[in-house]
Design a protein around this ligand. Structure first.
Ligand code: SIN
Ligand code: MN
Length: 204
C-alpha cells in the first residue's frame, strides 16, 4: 500500500515481504561484518549517539567532534566502505525515480532505548534525489515536520518492511525517531531495529 502522507512524503507500507526482509538482513549482516557498527559522537561536545551506525557505498555519512560529513572510509578501521548489496540498490532503482545510483547507504541500528533527534538530511551536495529509507525489525515512532524546526510535526509508526521516501517538497523536512517499540518484530534475532537510509550525495 502506497500513501502520500505529505507533499513528497511517500510511505510504501509492507513494501518488502517477510522473505525479502530476511534476505536483506542477511546481506546487511555481511556488510557489518566487514564494516562494524560503531557509535558516532555529536559535533562540538562529542555526546555519543544512542544509535549505532555503519555505511555501505562509495560514500558513508559520519559524525564526529569536527562535524557531519561524507567520507569514503570507515572512521574506526580506515577501510573503504563495502559495496551496496544488489537488492538494496534495486530498492533505490525501483523507488527513487532518480537517474543515477545511490552513493550512500547509511545503516542505523537502534537498540530498545535508542532514538534520533529531529534533524534534516542536508549534508549532501544535491537535493534533487529523494531520501529512501527502509525499516527492518522492531517498530519505530517516526516524527515528521516541515522545512523549519519550529514547524508542526506529525507522528506515525514505521514497521518492518516499510519504505519511506522523502522527496520533492519533503526532501529537506525535519524528521526523527522518538522511540522504538521493543518486541514488535522477530526479524532480528536479538531484537532492535535496522534502518537503511539511501541517498545521492553528488551531482550525477
Ligand atoms: C534517519 O533519519 O537517519 C533515520 C530515520 C529512521 O531511522 O527511520
Ligand atoms: Mn535523516
Amino acid at each position: 500500500m502506497v500513501n502520500e502522507l505529505a507533499d513528497g512524503l511517500v510511505l510504501a507500507s509492507g513494501y518488502l515481504s517477510p522473505a525479502e526482509q530476511a534476505d536483506l538482513v542477511a546481506e546487511i549482516r555481511q556488510v557489518v561484518a566487514a564494516a562494524p557498527l560503531y557509535r558516532p559522537v555529536m559535533p562540538r561536545f562529542g555526546r555519543p549517539f544512542s544509535v549505532q551506525m555503519s555505511n555501505c557505498g562509495p560514500l558513508g555519512w559520519v559524525s564526529d567532534k569536527s562535524g557531519y560529513r561524507y567520507q569514503a572510509t570507515h572512521p574506526v578501521s580506515g577501510a573503504p566502505w563495502p559495496d551496496i548489496p544488489e537488492r538494496v540498490a534495486k530498492i533505490w532503482q525501483d523507488l527513487s525515480g532518480y537517474g543515477g545510483p545511490a552513493e550512500c547507504c547509511l545503516i542505523n541500528f537502534y537498540d530498545d532505548d535508542a532514538k534520533m533527534g529531529l534533524h534534516r538530511d542536508e549534508n549532501e551536495e544535491v537535493f534533487d534525489a529523494p531520501v529512501v529509507s527502509v525499516s527492518l525489525g522492531d517498530e519505530a515512532l517516526f516524527r515528521f515536520g516541515g522545512p523549519e524546526r519550529k514547524d508542526p510535526t506529525k507522528s506515525f509508526r514505521l514497521m518492518s518492511g516499510d519504505v519511506l521516501i522523502m522527496g520533492g517538497a519533503s526532501r529537506l523536512s525535519y524528521h526523527g525517531v522518538d522511540r522504538i517499540y521493543p518486541g514488535t518484530s522477530s526479524l532480528l534475532k536479538d531484537g532492535g531495529r535496522l534502518n537503511l537510509t539511501l541517498r545521492r550525495v553528488r551531482k550525477v
